[in-house]
Design a protein around this ligand. Structure first.
Ligand SMILES: N[C@@H]1[C@@H](O)[C@H](O)[C@@H](COP(=O)(O)O)O[C@@H]1O
Length: 337
């Protein structure tokens, strides 16, 4: 596979698992102290990574949870935020100004803060009630971020009495880095064919649902727009039928991001519609990929990380086919705004 360092990927993925005892300590401490609600806070792609966990908290547990965009929270405030809140933040750089400001804001409100970062030596980490640091320096290794989030949120759900099989789930997580290397190999040809076919496409509409909605949203915004400067729209599969469907024709690329949770029929409905009206439909479906060593009962939770492993290959091939580096920015963290 082009631009994939298996050794680095496995080292970082397996490194994330080493954080399990630290994560279990943190979740034990906050659970013992007691909390009224959870806030999941970030910006851009990092906020999007929290979306599946908001979905799982809503559908698999009874912990009240709120997903907030960092900058909006600070400006609007939130009546449920206070001393009995646990606020969880993620920022790979640890320096995204809006997320750093939101962490400070929540601490000032008396909340407990858990800050997840890819960098150790930043105030975002130093000022947190609890910090989880997972250092990484490789684009595709961001899959490892998900491993940390699975452990954190499923440990909280477990200690709340909502997810009995946490330890077994973590044993499965430990096998994921190897399994995902195989997923990348399985999808690579499809990813390359997509990039060849659509390298000059000026616009893509992406639709997804449930636990892969965050991947849908962030792939459109953080990869296609930010890293490739391609125009996109992302729309939830359920909402697609309330306006966006009018744009479907052979001049537009429609991408369906499909996972294996209960919202799957919503994506299927888009596919059934689109097959009648366009030849430019691409479906990325996690169910197409074998996950060696992973118990089937856990696949429903793993759709986001499988999808990110697949879509990373699409990004690598778009970069190659379009001759547009994934690393160049015109404005993002380049100019003042
Ligand atoms: N588009 C970028 C994303 O790619 C990035 O994920 C996010 C947060 O960055 P960080 O995780 O460093 O806070 O910032 C922007 O929104």
């Amino acid at each position: 596979m082009i631009n994939f360092n298996e050794e680095t990927y496995l080292r970082i993925g397996k490194g994330a698992m080493k954080l399990k005892s630290r994560i279990d300590e943190i979740t034990a401490a906050v659970t013992q102290k007691g909390y009224k609600n959870l806030f999941l806070i970030g910006s851009g792609g990092s906020a999007a990574m929290f979306m599946p966990f908001e979905h799982f908290l809503k559908t698999k547990s009874t912990i009240p949870a709120y997903l907030e965009i960092a900058a909006e929270l600070v400006v609007s405030g939130h009546n449920q935020l206070g001393k009995e809140s646990v606020c969880i933040f993620t920022s790979s750089s640890g320096t995204t100004s809006e997320t750093v400001a939101a962490a400070k804001y929540c601490k000032e409100k008396g909340a407990t803060t858990i800050c997840i970062s890819g960098k150790e030596d930043v105030p975002f980490v130093k000022d947190a009630s609890y910090a989880i640091v997972n250092e990484m320096d490789d684009f595709s290794a961001s899959d490892a971020d998900y491993i940390v989030l699975y452990m954190l949120y499923f440990s909280l759900m477990h200690k709340h009495g909502d997810f009995e099989k946490y330890e077994e789930f973590c044993e499965n997580l430990a096998k994921l880095p190897d399994a995902l290397v195989e997923v990348k190999k399985q999808c690579d040809e499809k990813a390359q064919q997509f990039a060849i076919r659509y390298k000059d496409a000026p616009y893509h509409m992406l639709t997804g649902a449930g636990s892969v909605w965050g991947e849908t949203y962030s792939y459109a915004m953080c990869v296609m727009e930010e890293m490739q400067w391609i125009k996109t729209k992302s729309v939830k599969a359920a909402e697609f039928f309330h306006g966006s469907l009018e744009l479907v024709d052979d001049n537009m690329s429609l991408i369906v991001i499909m996972g294996e949770d209960e919202t799957r029929p919503m994506c299927q409905r888009v596919i059934d519609f689109a097959k009648r009206y366009t030849k430019n439909l691409t479906v990325f479906d996690t169910a197409d990929y074998r996950l060696a060593g992973i118990s089937d009962e856990f696949r429903q939770y793993l759709s986001p990380i499988i999808m990110t492993a697949v879509l990373d290959r699409v990004s690598i091939h778009l970069e190659a086919q379009r001759g547009h580096s994934l690393d160049i920015r015109r404005y993002y963290k380049v100019v003042e705004y």
